[in-house]
Design a protein around this ligand. Structure first.
Ligand SMILES: [Zn+2]
Length: 109
């Protein structure tokens, strides 16, 4: 743990989820980075809204659903857990069961 350095928040990015209580709001500290994604046009930064769990990227501002590997899911699960997100929200965001999230967060604790 701790390899990624300090957490950053992104004041210029807002949540694209219309049902989120912080939809379209910047500088609220609810957006955290979730690494970058290599695309043909260059690097795309991925973000997560801590309030609703929506994952999106810097290019489109729309939901990013490209999480494939269990390693990536695991990392994201731990990251969100560290951010204080509930197990249910993590399961929904990452796309695995609550049991899996609980197992992973326990094993990382
Ligand atoms: Zn949100």
């Amino acid at each position: 743990m701790g390899e990624r350095g300090p957490k950053q928040s992104f004041t210029e990015v807002s949540c694209p989820n219309r049902s989120c209580k912080r939809f379209g709001m910047t500088s609220k500290g609810n957006i955290i980075a979730n690494g970058t994604h290599e695309a043909s046009c260059g690097e795309i930064r991925k973000f997560i809204c801590k309030d609703c769990g929506r994952v999106f990227n810097s290019r489109t501002g729309t939901a990013y659903d490209g999480i494939r590997s269990s390693k990536e899911k695991f990392d994201m699960c731990i990251e969100l857990h560290n951010e204080g997100m509930s197990v249910r929200a993590i399961a929904r965001t990452v796309g695995c069961s609550k049991d899996t999230v609980q197992r992973w967060t326990h094993s990382a604790a």
